[in-house]
Write a protein that binds this ligand. Sequence first.
Ligand SMILES: [Fe+2]
Length: 300
Amino acid sequence: MLDLDLPQSGASPASAQDWLATQEKLRGDYRGCGADFSIVQDLSAYTKDEHRLWQQLFRRQSEVAQRYAAKAFLDGMHNLDMSPDRIPDFEDASKRLRALTGWEIVAVPGLIPDDAFFSHLAHRRFPVTVWIREPHEIDYLVEPDVFHDFFGHVPLLTQPIFADYLQAYGAKGAEAMRLGATKILARVFWYMVEFGLIRENGEIKAYGAGMLSSATETAFSVDSPKPHRVMFDLARVMGTDFRIDDFQSTYFVLDRFDDLFAAMNQPFAPLYAALKTAAPIPATELRPGDQVINRGHLSA
Ligand SMILES: [Fe+2]
């Protein structure tokens, strides 16, 4: 899966129209979206087949989650009381989120520019794409859809410490854009929001939205001997390249979500300054100082 709501690492265009003009193949309908790229979710527009596809994806990924997901993710699914049968009503989920963590969902047509994305997160609003993939895309999708965004991301927003972390992350966005460091900040989203692992009672569990909305990467990330699994370190994550067209070669592992939140409480500018002059660490490499949980056998 590509482009998992990831900040896109470019300069901010002057207007929404300018940004749209730079995007070649966006799938959503951006007509009528607001300056913050929000739209209204039209529940009546979903077809029976689309609800059926949600059902199929939900059943498959719930089984994956039961086996591999972190407790916080499973608790989040429970808190949302998601229907397995229908594409969720964002307003209903927002009511639950507001009561639990003060977050809410905003409907969007698809990918949105960095400044709008960071601003939503900084204000405890999570952008969720309204459309669902086509049946032939059940295993592979070029842009994030409602299943990825909702099933993958929203459960953890019911968890206070992760919710606080994601707001703090969003609040770092404006500075990163000003300093030309969006690409460096985006790596934190990639590795610690889309593809994060956490250790629970000595066992590795998955919490990342990218893996938990994928049919096969969750099992790979937890069970396979191929990838490296390395303890989370902010500067290491910020300096590490990633691949968007294959499973990850390195996963970073938390012991607790508090560590992720605490990492946001430091000045990022010196980290950006150091990292901008260094070559990115290839995702296949381990480095001296890494706290390695599993050394991967990448060619196994
Ligand atoms: Fe995502």
